[in-house]
Design a protein around this ligand. Structure first.
Ligand SMILES: NC(=O)c1ccc[n+]([C@@H]2O[C@H](COP(=O)([O-])OP(=O)(O)OC[C@H]3O[C@@H](n4cnc5c(N)ncnc54)[C@H](OP(=O)(O)O)[C@@H]3O)[C@@H](O)[C@H]2O)c1
Length: 267
């Protein structure tokens, strides 16, 4: 039996992870959301599935993550195989802003600090909360969903000055993930960041990035294919299945290998 905890599972990539993992045999999935009552799409997608458990936690509130880990522990006998940290702050009224899109420096500071709490500290909080369970399990995999927007060469190549707090705080999450990888390597863990690739989620009205179509986000001469959410997540799951010790600490493309703009051209 393989057990997975998906943090930030209410919609988008996190929800698709839950959907696809739930269909795998001998798999238990813990879908962790900020509000179970508001996660109506997740609830509908998993209704009647006995291998999916919906739990609540906010990554900016470490106590809530510790409570969720305790509930997982009670259901698994104290173990977890794989933690997938997917949560990120994507609200449309914040995520697209550049440095000069704020009315004051106080407003900028407050917005960046909120993003840091969710996107950067949140990674530390969720790994810390689930670490005892992961240590007790045989698999010891931790996957943090990153973004090409955290990569310097991608930011330069696509000329992206906005999405500043998002990019900066996801970049901090990359370092946090690699720090965990270094810390846990001698215990047999594989800890990686993964770029999910370029997803066409236009039509997903819950999704802030989708509300600005790919045409406005990506460079005009972009030669790379856009995937569906389903394709991205199934490719990520194949990658997670075949993670190897030498991947520990790396920022990987969803297709495997280190994420590099020159090679993959993904966001
Ligand atoms: N979609 C893309 O094209 C793309 C590209 C590159 C990278 N990514 C990365 O992929 C991941 C998922 O993105 P997405 O596109 O699927 O975004 P999304 O649809 O906006 O989903 C974000 C998820 O994060 C959760 N979340 C936000 N703040 C949280 C908090 N404080 N505590 C717990 N959960 C929280 C949301 O829950 P609520 O429902 O409670 O808000 C939601 O489940 C993110 O890490 C993002 O950076 C996405």
């Amino acid at each position: 039996m393989m057990s997975y905890a998906i943090i930030g599972a209410s919609r988008g990539i996190g929800l698709e992870y839950v959907r696809q993992l739930a269909t795998q045999p001998h798999t238990t999935v813990f879908a962790i959301v900020r509000s179970a009552a508001k996660s109506t799409t997740l609830e509908a997608a998993t209704r009647g599935l006995h291998n999916v458990h919906i739990l609540q936690a906010d990554v900016a509130d470490h106590k809530s993550l510790e409570d969720a880990a305790k509930q997982v522990s009670e259901l698994t006998g104290g173990k977890l195989d794989c933690l997938i940290h997917n949560a990120a702050r994507t609200e449309a009224d914040s995520v697209f802003k550049g440095f000069d899109d704020f009315t004051s420096m106080d407003e900028l500071d407050a917005d960046f600090i909120t993003s840091f709490r969710v996107n950067s500290l949140g990674v530390i909080h969720s790994i810390s909360a689930f670490l005892p369970l992961l240590r007790a399990g045989p698999t010891k995999k931790i996957v943090v969903i990153s973004t090409a927007g955290a990569d310097l060469k991608t930011v330069l190549a696509i000329g992206k000055a906005d999405m500043a707090a998002y990019g900066m705080t996801k970049a901090a999450a990359l370092i946090a993930t690699t720090k965990w990888a270094v810390k846990l390597q001698h215990e047999g863990f594989i800890v990686v960041s993964v770029s999910p690739g370029r997803i066409d989620d236009t039509g997903d009205t819950d999704h802030a990035v989708a509300s600005q179509s790919n045409a406005t986000i990506l460079p005009k001469a972009d030669p790379f294919a856009v995937m569906t959410l389903q394709e991205s997540v199934s490719t990520q799951l194949r990658l997670i299945d075949r993670l190897k010790p030498s991947d520990n600490g790396l920022f990987l493309a969803h297709t495997g290998g280190e994420y590099r703009w020159e090679v993959t051209g993904q966001r």
